[in-house]
Design a protein around this ligand. Structure first.
Ligand code: ZN
Ligand code: MN
Length: 258
């Protein structure tokens, strides 16, 4: 039995020993959500999990099972609930899941935790989950607990964005199922992408406010909010390298710097 980077593939004595020796523990946060006609529903799970694995291998870390259900998809950032395949949970449920996992990791004496998020709508419910965990543990009893929260797209360097988007970066909200995610999936899991199915009906043009009930007509029929043209595995590798290096730098600075 070779030793896995996946926490859940270890026998408990090995997991316990690795934690006792200070292994950082990564929690990928994803979603099951439409990603256009050309790409798999698990894109938001594959990307942060793969980045966490790459980083964990470099820093002696472990990767927890990903949260594969995300906070409610929104039309302006993920296409919204109208698409078949998108499975939403509420922000409240999501934040309580994060809270419970963090509290149990703390009980298991894990003190170095990194959440790696791949779904835009998870940002605030994750923050709330972390705050609730600190409330539950007791802020004066946290000791050497340190939780780092990372959104993977924040790791991409401006120079890389300029290379990937010579005509300007549309911003992460509009990049849903577009060049960033498609390129990284082409690099990691090309069998989950079929560019021949891309509709090229974007980019979406949204009003700068929300209306309820949500009018689905604003979202391009494909579910892609920006453009898939220009996606490539090569660009995906540039982006993944930034994400991996960025996460490794943060872990080394926050957990291992003297
Ligand atoms: Zn996505
Ligand atoms: Mn998403």
């Amino acid at each position: 039995m070779s030793e896995s980077v996946f926490y859940a593939e270890l026998p408990w004595p090995v997991a316990e020993a690795r934690v006792r020796d200070g292994a950082p523990v990564f929690l990928p946060l994803g979603a099951t959500e439409q990603h256009g006609r050309h790409m798999a529903l698990n894109t938001d799970v594959v990307l942060p999990t793969s980045m966490a694995v790459r980083a964990a291998k470099r820093v002696g870390g472990l990767v927890l099972p990903a949260l594969a259900y995300g906070n409610r998809s929104q039309p302006r950032t993920g296409g919204g609930p109208a698409f078949p395949g998108t499975l939403n949970i509420t922000a409240n449920t999501f934040s309580l899941l994060v809270r419970d996992i963090l509290c149990d990791l703390y009980r298991q004496k894990v003190r170095r935790i990194v959440t790696v998020n791949g779904h835009y709508e998870n940002v605030w419910p994750t923050i709330e989950g972390i705050e609730l965990a600190l409330d539950a543990i007791g802020r004066d009893r946290c000791g050497d607990l340190r939780i780092i929260r990372i959104d993977h797209w924040e790791m991409i360097r401006p120079a890389t964005l300029a290379r990937v988007f010579p005509n300007g970066y549309p911003g992460i909200e509009l990049e849903h199922a577009s060049v960033l995610e498609t390129s990284m999936m082409l690099a990691l899991r090309p069998e989950l992408v079929d560019l021949s199915q891309a509709l090229h009906d974007g980019p979406a043009s949204f009003l700068p406010y929300d209306r309820y009930p949500k009018p689905p007509a604003e979202v391009p029929a494909s579910g892609v909010l920006s453009l898939t043209e220009g996606s490539s595995a090569e660009k995906g590798e540039w982006l993944l390298k930034d994400c991996e290096d960025g996460i490794v730098d943060i872990v080394n600075r926050e957990f291992f710097a003297q």
